[in-house]
Ligand binder design. Structure first.
Ligand SMILES: *Cc1c(COP(=O)(O)O)cnc(C)c1O
Length: 483
């Protein structure tokens, strides 16, 4: 609305103090414009009148917050057509009761809004000056999402956190933001398959090279970070999937910090209830919140938490790439996180009991779960973690040859004989899930690639839900009779 429209709009005797104030402001600005003739480098700031920060109407929420605005709206509504009333009626003026209800609701409301409005030009100017807090537009933030970010931040003991649309979006946006062109990323083996795919296909297109090392090989890490050109970012899951490897985060973070390398640990499988990488020196912790954080197999999301300067860099690129989580998803994640500790206790208990049972069963081999002394990272895992989550993997023995048809078939019979777990990918919800790994994520992979990765015909990933422990163990026991 221009100044002249403002004046023409209201008859002189109906001018409210606000409108009169505004038209005065407009006139003052016109004078400024005429006399100042700004330099080419000048920003809009030269046109904007100064305003004391305290006068910003921040905290007085609602599109039409003041009495004068409400009166003005009431007048327009009394003469307006049905469509104008349908669009604005009941929402244009938000009473103090409405505001109190939104702020006092026991649950953070789902703010399903793509845009956030300003009550006046002066507020908009204040926003641009950083004197008025708003999200402005949903790609830059949302209050429901912010609540989830702050909850995760507190759980991880991090300085800041950022939620995004999926775990993969968190991985890719984080790497693109923090690794420069022609940079160098160090990954551990047994990384999430799509993370490996990203680093094999897209990163090289930007000249970014990747070195893959064993999760326990600190010498290989030292070599990689002190190679010519050094490295920019180290990334590992802990525990990994599906081999449930655990990395020595304190030792890794020490080496990385000495060489100016950012340490990122994906603890999707652990959650902050079982392990927090930040107090152990990691710069960023990453989650597929789709799994345990949300916890109910009903929503996709990703998250990073950690050093404020790094999160801020990622947040800026996130606003450009746009992989934003939906406010309703944020609500579900907030709700899921409330029961995280209790759910993790059940997942930990079930997987540990199942690992113990399977470890002594004649039809299974290579049971991988860090409570077992035979686990390759047993010492490190025991010293760092409180529990290891619901996921374990093991091999069905079959005829003793992990690559044979016989073992492939025996494994399928075992999976099909299970009653409680669903057959399916993913994990982290209340329901147990099971998969014969070679036919779930690796169906199209050549044998030589599966041999390199250790994905045998008999490997089973079992993701314990929160069901009663005895029921799960008994179900597995009866199904093994078919293996
Ligand atoms: C599932 C998963 C991802 C990918 O997350 P999405 O939410 O499915 O995009 C990344 N890393 C790990 C360890 C995962 O388990």
């Amino acid at each position: 609305m221009t100044c002249s429209e403002h004046i023409a709009f209201a008859s002189p005797n109906a001018l409210t103090p606000t409108i009169r104030g505004r038209s005065l402001l407009c006139r003052r600005r016109a004078v400024l414009k005429a006399t100042l003739a700004p330099h080419d480098d000048a920003t809009v700031e030269v046109h904007a009148p100064p305003r004391a920060p305290s006068s910003a109407s921040n905290g007085v929420s609602g599109p039409t917050s003041d009495a004068a605005g409400a009166e003005r709206w009431a007048r327009i509504q009394s003469r307006a057509g049905d469509t104008t009333i349908s669009v604005h009626g009941g929402e244009r003026v938000r009473s103090s009761k409405y505001k109190a209800a939104v702020l006092d609701a026991i649950q953070t409301p789902i703010v399903q809004s793509s845009t956030y409005t300003f009550r006046s030009t002066a507020d908009c100017i204040d926003y641009n000056r950083g004197n008025y807090e708003s999200f402005e537009y949903a790609r830059y933030g949302n209050p429901t999402t912010r609540a989830a970010e702050e909850k995760l931040c507190a759980l991880e003991r991090a300085e800041d956190a950022l939620l995004s649309a999926s775990g993969m979006n968190a991985v890719t946006t984080m790497m693109l933001a923090l690794v420069p062109p022609n940079g160098h990323v160090v990954l551990t083996t047994d990384c999430y398959r799509r993370t490996r795919q990203f680093s094999r296909t897209l990163l090289p297109a930007m000249g970014i090279r990747t070195t893959v090392i064993d999760p326990a090989d600190l010498d290989a890490l030292r070599d990689a970070v002190s190679s010519p050109g050094g490295a920019d970012l180290f990334f590992s899951e802990s525990p990994t999937n599906p081999l449930i490897r655990v990395v020595d985060t304190p030792a890794i973070a020490r080496i990385c910090r000495e060489h100016g390398v950012i340490t990122v640990i994906d603890t999707t499988f652990a959650t902050p209830v079982n392990y927090r990488p930040i107090p152990d020196g990691a710069d960023i912790v990453l989650h597929s919140g789709t799994k345990y954080l949300a916890g109910h197999h009903d929503v996709l999301c990703g998250a990073i938490a950690g050093r404020a300067d790094l999160i801020s860099k990622v947040r800026k690129l996130h606003g450009v790439l746009g992989g934003v989580v939906d406010p309703h998803a944020s609500f579900l994640i907030n709700r899921g996180m409330k029961t995280l500790a209790m759910r993790m206790e059940a997942h930990n208990r079930n997987a540990a009991a199942l690992a113990r049972f399977l470890d002594s069963h004649p039809k299974t081999v290579n049971v991988r779960y860090p409570t077992l002394k035979s686990h390759v990272d047993y010492e490190v895992a025991q010293s760092l973690f409180k529990g290891f989550g619901g996921v374990l993997s093991f091999d069905i023995r079959g005829d003793g040859n992990p690559w044979s048809q016989n073992t492939f078939d025996a494994t399928g019979r075992f999976v099909d004989a299970l009653t409680i777990p669903y057959i399916g990918p993913s994990m982290g919800g209340c329901e147990s899930l099971v998969e014969q790994v070679c036919i779930m994520g690796y169906f199209d992979q050549p044998l030589k690639e599966r041999k390199r990765l250790g994905i045998t015909n008999g490997i089973v990933r079992f993701s314990c839900g929160i069901e009663d422990t005895n029921d799960l163990v008994n179900d597995v026991a009866q199904a093994l009779e078919y293996a």
